[in-house]
Design a protein around this ligand. Structure first.
Ligand code: SAM
Length: 285
């Protein structure tokens, strides 16, 4: 079957696959100083944001990613009060972070203000916490911000970035993790979106190596489904400055004072399980 022009298609060269969604119409397209942003109205997944040809999020399934980027790390930290999000311009992760009443301040450092402005317009359901007095927005380079961050000033860093290309390339390096390590206090956690365990091991494994080389004692990858990303199987990798990543405030996660659609204590426990092929690769590091 040949797809006509009414389909949006993302080609994943390294996977040898393509993923398509039928688009009712393109709602917006612009080239910012950093990247090309498109918004489509898709039939099955609602509004879709695409950056430089790569799917960022859809209205239908973003909850999987945003909940898993926020809640496991926040329920692993003993008392997450100061959170920094690098990237995350669509504000979905920010919204999940601010569901935690113990969070006192969440700074979002997004390089491209247009991503946030377009999210406000096309994904207002993700921006409901933008006026929360605990939220702060800074539009600038997260790599630079981390270099200048005050030592020990952050509890949890969430790197919600694009793939390691363009302005996000430097977010996957040992130098960046070294800056993160300095920025977090004892027990501090970094969690970063880490692509597909099925086809992106060449990104995932060096990430573990670089995080450990930067000084983090423990690293661990969480896995979860994400239908709109290549292979549909996605991951987030956590690194911790002292302390376990396998233990979390399980009772509190089970009794959380807010609603989720995917995350719960059992999902958290399950997401920590390590597939055999991945365990073998990690042992070789
Ligand atoms: N969930 C998405 C994914 O995994 O494809 C990521 C969504 S979020 C829109 C990614 C954001 O990271 C983009 O808005 C992009 O502008 C931002 N970004 C990329 N490099 C950055 C950097 N160096 N500093 C701050 N933000 C950055």
């Amino acid at each position: 079957m040949t797809l006509d022009e009414n389909w949006f298609t993302e080609v994943c060269e390294e996977c040898g696959t393509a993923f398509s969604l039928r688009s009712r119409r393109k709602l917006h397209e612009e080239q910012t100083p950093f990247q090309k942003i498109e918004i489509h109205d898709t039939e099955a997944f609602g509004n879709l944001m695409v950056i430089d040809g790569f799917v960022m999020l859809s209205a239908r399934d973003n909850f999987l990613y945003h909940e898993m980027m926020a809640h496991p790390a926040l329920y692993t930290h003993r008392a997450p009060r100061r959170v920094v999000i690098i990237g995350g311009g669509d504000c979905g992760t920010l919204q999940e972070v601010l569901r935690h009443p113990e969070v006192e301040h969440c700074l979002q450092v997004e390089i491209d203000e247009r991503v946030t402005r377009l999210a406000e317009e096309y994904f207002p359901e993700l921006c409901t916490a933008n006026n929360d007095p605990r939220a702060e927005f800074l539009f600038g380079d997260g790599i630079r911000w981390m270099k200048e961050a005050e030592p020990g000033s952050v509890d949890v860093i969430i790197v919600d970035s694009t793939d390691p290309i363009g302005p996000a390339r430097g977010l996957f390096t040992e130098a960046f993790y070294r800056d993160c390590h300095r920025a977090v206090g004892e027990g501090g956690i970094v969690v970063q979106q880490s692509e597909s365990p099925l086809v992106h091991l060449e990104i995932l494994l060096p990430m573990h190596r670089a995080m450990r080389a930067a000084g983090f004692e423990t690293t661990h990858t969480l896995q979860f489904p994400q239908p709109v990303y290549p292979t549909g199987w996605w991951s987030a990798t956590m690194a911790r400055k002292g302390g376990s990543l396998l233990e979390f405030r399980e009772m509190e996660a089970a009794a959380r004072p807010f609603e989720t659609r995917y995350y719960n204590a059992e999902i958290h426990r399950g997401a920590l399980a390590v597939p055999e092929f991945f365990r073998r690769e990690l042992e070789r590091l």
